[in-house]
Design a binder for this molecule. Sequence first.
Ligand SMILES: *[C@@H]1O[C@H](CO)[C@@H](O)[C@H](O)[C@H]1NC(C)=O
Ligand SMILES: *[C@@H]1O[C@H](CO)[C@@H](O)[C@H](O)[C@H]1NC(C)=O
Ligand SMILES: *[C@@H]1O[C@H](CO)[C@@H](O)[C@H](O)[C@H]1NC(C)=O
Ligand SMILES: *[C@@H]1O[C@H](CO)[C@@H](O)[C@H](O)[C@H]1NC(C)=O
Ligand SMILES: *[C@@H]1O[C@H](CO)[C@@H](O)[C@H](O)[C@H]1NC(C)=O
Ligand SMILES: *[C@@H]1O[C@H](CO)[C@@H](O)[C@H](O)[C@H]1NC(C)=O
Ligand SMILES: *[C@@H]1O[C@H](CO)[C@@H](O)[C@H](O)[C@H]1NC(C)=O
Length: 172
Amino acid sequence: MFSLPLVLLVLFINVFGVIGDTPIFATATLHPDSNSSAKGFVIFTQLNPSSSVVVRGIINGLVPNTQYHGFHVHEKNPGNTTNCTAAGAHFNPYMKWHGGPDDTIDQRHVGDLGNIHSNEFGTAYVLINDSIIQLANQTQSILNRTIIVHRDVDDLGRGGQVDSNTTGLFYI
Ligand SMILES: *[C@@H]1O[C@H](CO)[C@@H](O)[C@H](O)[C@H]1NC(C)=O
Ligand SMILES: *[C@@H]1O[C@H](CO)[C@@H](O)[C@H](O)[C@H]1NC(C)=O
Ligand SMILES: *[C@@H]1O[C@H](CO)[C@@H](O)[C@H](O)[C@H]1NC(C)=O
Ligand SMILES: *[C@@H]1O[C@H](CO)[C@@H](O)[C@H](O)[C@H]1NC(C)=O
Ligand SMILES: *[C@@H]1O[C@H](CO)[C@@H](O)[C@H](O)[C@H]1NC(C)=O
Ligand SMILES: *[C@@H]1O[C@H](CO)[C@@H](O)[C@H](O)[C@H]1NC(C)=O
Ligand SMILES: *[C@@H]1O[C@H](CO)[C@@H](O)[C@H](O)[C@H]1NC(C)=O
């Protein structure tokens, strides 16, 4: 079941470009929740329906240096609010256990994108190439959902934590 994550940031994913069936772009603007000062922007690109989705982003205002933050797509669009809880659980259309970005589609939530980390200035440069999240595939589409940058590290389902199989989050 979904246990409440300790959330840091919210991003809202909105499609902004569809040209025929390719390429497809989407963007998400990051708003800090009430306990954060982090902000950012993420762009998703999928060149065609059978290609992977490249996720590029810059997030500022994180705790500097080697702070790993879970980075997941959550299932709902809660509107333009910074209430992370209202975004629901990890996006998990196939009802799988929590995993990491390198796991197969049977071993992770579709929304499991692992961790991002900040540099000495508190900035995270995100570059993720993922074939399971989709802009084109309806079932796996992350459009109109939410990305949450969590305060805490994601153990990728391997940590033996109580919630390792569900959210993978634990406090560092
Ligand atoms: C806010 O963040 C601080 C530092 O990470 C943490 O100690 C505190 O528990 C957080 N408060 C809430 C309401 O999440
Ligand atoms: C986006 O999601 C919300 C709820 O999560 C839903 O009410 C709304 O109809 C969706 N909008 C589109 C364009 O799919
Ligand atoms: C969404 O919320 C953010 C933060 O509260 C605010 O800065 C922004 O103007 C809002 N955007 C819209 C379209 O309402
Ligand atoms: C945030 O959303 C959750 C779930 O929808 C709701 O229970 C809670 O009351 C909301 N919190 C605030 C401050 O609106
Ligand atoms: C993403 O991965 C695919 C294959 O896994 C590869 O063809 C593509 O070039 C990669 N894109 C980027 C931007 O790294
Ligand atoms: C979405 O992907 C799943 C798994 O790869 C596949 O079974 C399904 O047919 C795809 N749906 C569409 C609409 O492409
Ligand atoms: C997590 O799932 C695995 C199966 O994938 C199971 O063997 C293990 O007991 C589960 N752990 C917890 C804490 O539920």
